[in-house]
Design a protein around this ligand. Sequence first.
Ligand code: ZN
Length: 146
Amino acid sequence: MSTGASDDGFTVRYTPSPSGFAAEFYAHCARGELRFQRCDGPGCGRWRHPPRVACPECGSERWSWQRSSGRGTLYSWTVTHQPLAPGFADDVPYAVVVVELEEGVRLVSAIRGVARDALALGLPVEVAFAPASGDVALHYFRPRGA
Ligand SMILES: [Zn+2]
């Protein structure tokens, strides 16, 4: 396993081995693209995540991977103080965030480039990626303009 470290402190601590739709999602991340399923059902166009077969809005099984702007706002977060997973011990305390993307989907992720006590609901953020393997990159977020 390779570990990627970016210039703003994100270190890959775990490399998932996804399959199915999740593998496709992470492969897009490995190409530097945040993509979500978007419904191709008549008159729908709803974005969704996590990936699934059918649209929760209209039930259509027609969809395609569409590129997200990668921009969103901080919807929620929690701070982990205990190293419950030994591989993350060097990171505690760290924030796990929920970002609401411009397309309306929400994504559980990490955040860097902002102090934990500066986290605020609605904080404008943008996606970044850290390579974890040839087929997988992990997404995380930074404050926009940082
Ligand atoms: Zn739909």
